[in-house]
Design a protein around this ligand. Sequence first.
Ligand code: DGL
Length: 270
Amino acid sequence: MKIGVFDSGVGGLTVARELMRLLPAQPLVYFGDTARTPYGTKSRDTLIRYALEDTRFLLENGADIIVIACHSAASAATDVIREEFRAPVFEVITPSIDEALKAAGPEGTVGLIGTRATVASGVYEAEIGRRAPGVRLMSAACPLLVPLVEEGWLTARETRMIASKYLRPFKGKGLDALVLGCTHYPLIKRIIREKIGGHARIIDPSLEVARAVSDYIHAQDHESAEGSFKNGEKRFFLSDITPATQKIVENFLGGRVHIEKVTPPCTGSS
Ligand code: DGL
């Protein structure tokens, strides 16, 4: 079963990495829309258009299932993608809410950090409100963390300072769980944990969505999912590549990969 993963750029490689770790035998095709990144600053309409185009590209490249690795795209476009295409669609938000609610119980407090688009979308409030009306959600957009991670400043003093400022409002609020609602944040999980203090469970959506996809593939086709004697083909497409890209990709993936440039990746105009 070929897994198609898309993101606004390289951040979704955190998700691809977990998928490759859990499901090495499955072929995987990744598309990162580096020509149009960031998505976290875009409007809902634009995100829907981009997400439809990204999904179409993956399906044209043989994907059997779609994984929306980008939180900003998932928060705006999941329903539209499900309506438009027949392939099963996984996204980073639902499995993270599942885990956050387990940690919070019926009346706990959940924290969310993400891009402006993700936080403003209101999807977490709506879903948590529907499933656990007694749970309180506190959220904060942390846009500066994305460029810091892409710069490779994963342990830098400046990253600690900025994380500390963003996370201060959460301190002492008795958080039961904090959702890392952006592809880039798992790379600075340790700093976030340190700054948030307390006993909050840190929810890493890259792990949660990979687990959900793995459960699905095992249920569908146990034999192929277990066929680890052979590594499935992996292809990584980006819509723009600069000299810095390879290095950023390595930071995210923890190793070198061959990147293919695709122009234009999309059927519509940008
Ligand atoms: N991939 C985006 C997300 O998870 C972060 C980067 C961007 O804004 O494009 O929301």
